[in-house]
Design a protein around this ligand. Structure first.
Ligand SMILES: Cc1ncc(C[n+]2csc(CCOP(=O)(O)OP(=O)(O)O)c2C)c(N)n1
Length: 659
């Protein structure tokens, strides 16, 4: 291994050496503790330390790094207190996640680190968001994100590189090519010779370096970062290295040919650098001994503190409370009584525009939302009013964009993402469910985003432009879901969602866009989240519904004429208004839940179960549900109408009344 020290001083070279030695010694200790069953799982980075350490030392302290499971050297080089780090691994309260997540799965804004979620690739979209925020704030900062060679096969990697290239985001995409993804060798993972070859496909610079040579890593990244700060753009950097131990300690290395192992053993990053420093007379045995002694003491002292604590005594209230970032909504009435007649779609547009005026840190992202104004024209004219930086056309990269919203939140920027159709949210599903929804509970970082979901059927648009998919998200702790049924609520709930730092899914029914209008306040206002609305009082039975269901219920009841039913519009689905539901059960004693979403596992199932559990004694009949058929949404209007629940509503009401 050839080391080129360039202008670097002896002192600095010794710092690099100490940086390499610290994670190696921690790992060696962990392997002993593992054998003694004093710690649980361990993902070893032995042999790969030069990448983590070299990169971290090359970046400025307030530049974000998004490390993976083998990057202990990032955490040690950023100076995290070892006792806290060890406590994190032990699952105790001194750690970074209140013992809720394991190993390196945590972030700390104090140290500008965002740890991974197990899914690997999603980190890249988050890095895009942090880098975008740095650009918007004109900070001249680089963000670095780690990938294993295996993880680069994920779509998330591709999407994030593409977005970063298109938006000139200063992200350093690091690929630690260690030859294997768990047991799968590179030859079964990808076809490229070098990751540097991929750069041209994304339109970005890419380099491949010896990841075991700390000086090469440090020097390359130091120079690249200096350049990226002044001319922002992404760079892909492959660091060729090798994993000297198993994927995790239990899984072994049987699948690695012994010759390959001994070839790489000769390239050990620490031993080679140490030898070089000895040969150059920069260090001697006394120095090494003293350094080792000091690090050993740091480790032993920190372990003593970490081992003092045990797993926490559960506090259910605290566990539930932390699902959301603390936020006490102040419902804002409109400043004046001025009103104008607005269609549902105009109300949404109005709320979005006024929120953009109110929050100068709010950024909009979506496909075709800029000059084109979005496929439904909700953001028509917004670019002119707010500029292209805040009204951003995105590539077709839902996952990277949703991931980016978490990155923006980390830097204090609010965002709204327009799904072109709610159906396409599947492409961003993992980011919503596993990153956005869980991050506050895991490490205290909320995702300040509203994802707008043009939803629903009735327009003969077939199975992939018509779905109701609110139930997918209803089941996920950490999200809030609102679903207005009229222009007043559409504006007020959108403004409320954008005001709240927690992540929202905002469902807007496409059929209502242009078919419904009413006079609503001209001024900014918000509607209370979590509060249902009594649309119509009654005594015979209650129809609990939301979205199109409200309109179907009113229409059928008018047609029937002789039924005095109460109609409750939930408006917020998560958290839904249990008090309003209980009150209507107590009043009419007969409950019908109506929704456009398919029946099985729909929101009606949950509400019905809850009523059964909490209000059983008030019921004169079983809770009934009317929903769409348990099929995909059909295209032909006749089939679609048959699929939707409206045609079955009248019979259900009659059945319930006469039960
Ligand atoms: C989406 C997803 N699929 C599968 C896994 C299981 N898994 C965890 S790590 C890993 C291999 C990763 O290999 P690589 O990205 O090369 O990183 P390395 O472990 O070699 O550092 C796999 C398959 C996962 N965590 N996430």
């Amino acid at each position: 291994m050839i080391f080129n020290r360039k202008q670097y001083s002896d002192t600095f070279l010794k710092e690099l050496y100490a940086g390499l030695l610290r994670p190696r010694m921690i790992e060696e200790k962990m392997l002993i503790l593992l054998r003694q069953s004093r710690i649980s799982k361990w993902f070893s980075g032995i042999g790969q330390e030069a990448v983590s350490v070299g990169l971290t030392m090359a970046l400025e302290e307030d530049e974000y790094i998004l490390p993976m499971h083998r990057n202990l050297g990032v955490f040690t080089s950023r100076g995290l207190p070892l006792d806290k780090l060890f406590s994190q691994w032990q699952g105790t309260l001194r750690g970074y996640t209140k013992a809720r997540d394991r190993s390196f799965h945590f972030g700390t804004n104090e140290h500008h680190l965002v740890g991974m979620i197990s899914h690997l690739g999603p980190q890249n979209g988050v890095a895009d968001g942090i880098a975008l925020a740095s650009r918007l704030k004109k900070e001249k900062k680089v963000t670095a994100v780690f990938n294993g060679d295996g993880g680069t096969s994920e779509g998330d990697f591709h999407e994030a590189l593409n977005v970063a290239a298109v938006w000139d985001l200063p992200v350093l995409f690091v690929v630690e090519n260690n030859g294997y993804g768990l047991s799968t060798p590179s030859s079964e993972q990808f076809r490229c010779e070098s990751f540097a070859d991929k750069g041209i496909g994304y339109g970005m610079d890419a380099v491949s370096i010896d990841g075991n040579n700390i000086l090469e890593v440090y020097d390359t990244i130091h120079l690249l970062a200096e350049n990226m700060r002044v001319s922002p753009r992404p760079v892909l950097i492959e660091c060729r290295t090798f994993r000297m131990r198993g994927h995790e300690e239990a899984s072994g290395t049987k699948y690695v040919p012994p010759a390959l192992m001994s070839e790489w053993a000769k390239k050990d990053p620490l031993e080679n650098f140490e030898r070089y420093l000895y040969n150059e007379g920069i260090i001697d045995a006394d120095f090494v001994e003293a350094l080792r002694k000091g690090i050993k003491k740091e480790i032993d002292d920190a372990l003593e503190i970490a081992f003092r604590e045990t797993h926490p005594i559960p506090d259910t209230e605290a566990e539930i409370k932390d699902v959301y970032a603390p936020f006490q909504q102040t419902v804002m009435p409109p400043a004046s009584e001025k009103e104008s007649r607005k269609r549902f779609i105009d109300a949404i547009s109005d709320g979005l525009r006024q929120s953009m005026e109110r929050f100068d840190n709010l950024v909009l992202m979506g496909q075709d939302i800029a000059e084109y104004g979005g496929v439904f024209k909700i953001t028509d004219g917004f670019v002119k009013a707010f500029g292209k930086e805040r009204v951003r056309n995105t590539p077709l990269c839902e996952s990277a964009i949703v991931g980016a919203t978490l990155g923006l939140s980390i830097k204090g920027i609010k965002s709204m993402v327009e799904m072109q159709f709610a159906d396409f949210v599947t492409e961003g599903f993992n980011q919503i469910i596993n990153n956005v929804a869980k991050s506050h509970w895991r490490w205290g970082q909320s995702s300040d985003v509203v994802i707008r979901m043009p939803t629903g059927a009735g327009t003969a648009a077939g199975p992939f432009h018509s779905q109701s998919n609110e139930a997918w998200f209803f089941h996920t702790p950490g999200l809030k879901i609102v679903y207005p049924s009229n222009p007043y609520d559409a504006k007020g709930l959108l403004c409320a969602a954008l005001d709240d730092p927690n992540p929202y899914l905002y469902f807007e029914h496409k059929f209502l866009y242009r078919s419904l209008s009413e006079a609503i306040p001209d001024d900014y206002y918000t509607v209370e989240v979590g509060k249902a609305r009594m649309v119509k009082e009654g005594s015979d039975l209650s129809i609990i519904t939301y979205g199109m269901g409200v309109h179907w219920a009113i229409e059928i009841l008018e047609e029937m004429g002789n039924v005095n039913a109460e109609v409750l519009d939930l408006r917020t689905l998560l958290p839904w208004d249990q008090a309003a539901v209980a009150a209507t059960v107590k009043k009419t004693n007969r409950i019908l839940i109506l929704h456009e979403d398919t029946l099985t596992g729909g929101i009606g199932a949950e509400i019905s179960a809850w009523i059964n559990e909490h209000c059983f004694q008030y019921l004169d009949a079983p809770v009934m549900r009317v929903a769409s058929l348990d099929t995909p949404v059909p295209f032909a209007p006749t089939l679609e109408q048959n699929f939707l629940p409206k045609g079955r509503l009248r019979a259900a009401i009659e059945k319930l009344i006469t039960y």
